[in-house]
Write a protein that binds this ligand. Structure first.
Ligand SMILES: NC(=O)c1ccc[n+]([C@@H]2O[C@H](COP(=O)([O-])OP(=O)(O)OC[C@H]3O[C@@H](n4cnc5c(N)ncnc54)[C@H](OP(=O)(O)O)[C@@H]3O)[C@@H](O)[C@H]2O)c1
Length: 297
């Protein structure tokens, strides 16, 4: 196989951004300005980078964004009060609280405090429940939604496929499994979810038509763990020390790309695969939230 077996997440994300920008234009023509608010607590360096990227993309698409940066020591009540105020602000259609939060703040309580119709991250229990029930009126978390959209746009048949998801995290693995197992178009997969207590992960992986790695373990998936002609989606983002790199580290995925890529039918590069799709889904969720709010009058 050559580089032609790459699923180009950047190109697919940019096509989605164009669609989203047109939806923003249509809303603005009707006098509705989509608004997205980011909340960051503390100075986690990765969070700064992520929020910065999302702010820039919002601006490029015509979505108004604002970021609240709260000090690390902010009491939980203060954060909840801010969210409550934003929930009642009609100019705000999406609210995103960037993880990780400081240890003294409950992520679960914070996610549950965001109004479900502004929960563009899809973490509110109502949206999690809707996803599980196959009710498509909620918001699907951005990374699993991005993986699903990548599969659809790369024309990977999902119906009836053996999908193996590595990782059962609440942000990626679990919601992705729920999404792909639904009795719905572009779903209907037979999904296996593996985790740290799974016996013989390699045997599960070798059965997969579609293998999604979302564990956070650098280069875990090796060539002998994938079947020929599999489709491999690498969600992982891991720092590995590299004295030769300018920052002293480099980012790698959960898949040993160099050895797996020649063997499989399709594979996402990392970076340049799932990451751009996550942002594309956030922007799309935000515009949808604004459209729904406008329709509700
Ligand atoms: N590209 C993006 O936009 C994006 C977005 C979100 C996350 N990510 C990346 O995706 C990865 C997963 O994120 P997450 O938030 O879902 O992580 P998480 O909540 O920590 O979940 C990790 C999962 O992997 C499993 N696991 C860890 N080590 C394992 C091992 N050696 N063997 C088998 N299973 C193992 C864990 O099993 P247990 O449940 O048994 O502990 C857990 O289910 C991370 O690298 C993260 O950075 C990327």
């Amino acid at each position: 196989m050559t580089a032609s077996n790459l699923i180009d997440g950047r190109a697919i994300a940019s096509a989605i951004h164009e669609e989203t920008a047109r939806r923003v234009e249509r809303l603005r023509a009707r006098g509705v300005q989509p608004g997205l608010v980011f909340i960051r607590v503390g100075e986690d360096p990765a969070s700064k980078v992520y929020v910065g990227m999302k702010e820039r993309m919002s601006g490029q698409l015509g979505i108004r964004s604002e970021t609240h940066v709260l000090p690390e020591a902010t009491p939980e009540g203060e954060l909840l009060a801010l969210i409550d105020r934003l929930n009642r602000d009609e100019t705000v259609h999406g609210i995103l609280v960037q993880a990780p939060l400081p240890r003294h703040i409950s992520e679960a309580r914070v996610y549950a405090s965001v109004a479900p119709e502004k929960d563009v991250d899809g973490f509110h229990p109502v949206n999690v429940g809707k996803l599980m029930l196959g009710d498509d009126t909620g918001f699907v978390p951005c990374t699993p939604a991005g993986v699903h959209e990548l599969l659809i746009r790369a024309k990977v048949p999902v119906e009836g496929a053996e999908v193996v998801v590595l990782g059962r995290g609440n942000i990626v693995g679990k919601p992705l499994a729920a999404l792909l197992m639904q009795k719905a178009p572009h779903a209907n997969a037979t999904v296996t979810v593996c985790h740290s207590r799974t016996r013989d992960i390699a045997a599960h992986c070798r059965r997969a038509d579609i293998l999604v790695a979302a564990m956070g373990v650098a280069e875990f998936v090796k060539a002998d763990m994938v079947k020929e002609e599999a489709v491999v989606i690498d969600v992982g983002v891991n720092r590995v020390e590299d004295p030769a790199a300018p920052k002293g580290y480099r980012l790698v995925g959960d898949v040993a790309f160099a050895e797996v890529q020649p063997k499989v039918r399709l594979i996402t590069p990392n970076p340049g695969g799932v990451g751009p799709m996550t942002i594309a889904m956030l922007m799309r969720n935000t515009v949808r939230a604004a459209e729904l709010a406008a329709a509700a009058g």
